[in-house]
Design a binder for this molecule. Structure first.
Ligand code: NAG
Ligand code: NAG
Ligand code: NAG
Ligand code: NAG
Ligand code: NAG
Length: 284
């Protein structure tokens, strides 16, 4: 049911802001409906045509001959040294478009036509058009050296510009912002919403895994606790010379529909954990 209502809202999307000719419009609606009903990375026999409007309704390939960016990663940090963000939570890293095989494109403006922004522009546009998102980001979307806006700039320019569904003409204008700005603001809203659905700290706590300066935990126990809650094994990252300090979590999805407001289906990590078998989870 959720999927059906999602497909319908994609059709509304395709029709709601048309400026081109009616013939394009009906072609576009058909392409969108077909693409939005397809799970990314799952139907190699019926690829979504990179030149069609279908890639507005599906995280597809940026150009003919390119691979589709259908593996979406919601990524988080847990930085204890230096302590970054609230002490009872992970912090946001980003929302990334990987190819289905786990390799990935980056800095895609030349291929996607999606504009880059400076950190100052990003901060000011989110503050203006989505103040609650901005407030949340100032607490949970932290840069380890304190340059939050330049971290957001890096995430948009490196990863955001690589989603076909974030091209201006794919995104409905909202809250008085034009399509280009709505894509930018909508992306960061989606990043925040994904993060809120993945309370890693609480999930670990429920399994008795809490920060400690003395106790260590088995990597397998951490993986099992998160898999149970998420529905698939995430990537767990560790830092330090012996790779024994827990510090990163990447949750993988395949998607129906665009990155903003799409339907996300958990899928296992394509990358093995970088951690030692026994890890420290230090207090922030
Ligand atoms: C139809 O899709 C093309 C891209 O495939 C886009 O350039 C055009 O603006 C779209 N037309 C409408 C009416 O949305
Ligand atoms: C976080 O910090 C507060 C205030 O210093 C402290 O009371 C609380 O126990 C800390 N929580 C964790 C999980 O370390
Ligand atoms: C969209 O709005 C932004 C911010 O107001 C502005 O800088 C930009 O030129 C606009 N883009 C288009 C295509 O109108
Ligand atoms: C992960 O590790 C297993 C066992 O060591 C190996 O078979 C597999 O190929 C690795 N997967 C990746 C994605 O590196
Ligand atoms: C993207 C797309 O389908 N463009 C078409 C829009 O309509 C004109 C005229 O009918 C076609 O020539 C384009 O190919």
């Amino acid at each position: 049911m959720q999927l059906l209502s999602y497909a319908l809202s994609s059709l509304v999307l395709a029709t709601s802001f048309s400026t081109a000719s009616p013939s394009n419009l009906s072609q576009n609606i058909t392409a969108c409906a077909r693409a939005a009903s397809q799970l990314s990375c799952s139907d190699t026999k019926n690829p979504v045509d990179p030149t069609s409007f279908g890639t507005c309704c599906y995280n597809g390939a940026l150009k003919p001959g390119f691979k589709e960016s259908g593996l979406v990663l919601a990524t988080q940090f847990y930085d204890a040294k230096p302590s970054t963000g609230p002490n009872d939570s992970t912090t946001i890293h980003g929302l990334w478009p990987d190819y289905c095989d786990g390799t990935y494109p980056q800095y895609c403006t030349a291929d996607s036509g999606i504009p880059t922004y400076t950190g100052a522009q990003i901060a000011s546009l989110i503050k203006q058009y989505s103040p609650k998102t901005y407030d949340y980001m100032t607490v949970y979307y932290k840069d380890i050296s304190g340059n939050d806006a330049s971290f957001w700039e890096h995430e948009w320019n490196k990863h955001g510009t690589c989603f076909t569904t974030l091209r201006s003409y794919c995104v409905a204008p909202r809250n008085g912002a034009n399509q280009t700005v709505s894509a930018l603001v909508g992306y960061f809203e989606e990043i925040v919403q994904r993060f809120q659905k993945l309370p890693t700290f609480d999930w670990l706590k429920e399994a008795g895994i809490v920060p400690s300066t003395t106790k260590t935990y088995k990597l397998t126990a951490i993986q099992e606790a998160l898999e149970k809650k998420f529905g698939a094994t995430p990537y767990i990252g560790c830092s330090g010379a012996s790779k024994a300090n827990l510090d990163e979590f990447w949750y993988f999805y395949h998607t129906y529909g665009p990155i903003i407001g799409g339907y996300y289906v958990p899928t296992p990590s394509t990358t093995n954990s970088s951690c030692a078998a026994e890890v420290s989870y230090l207090p922030k």
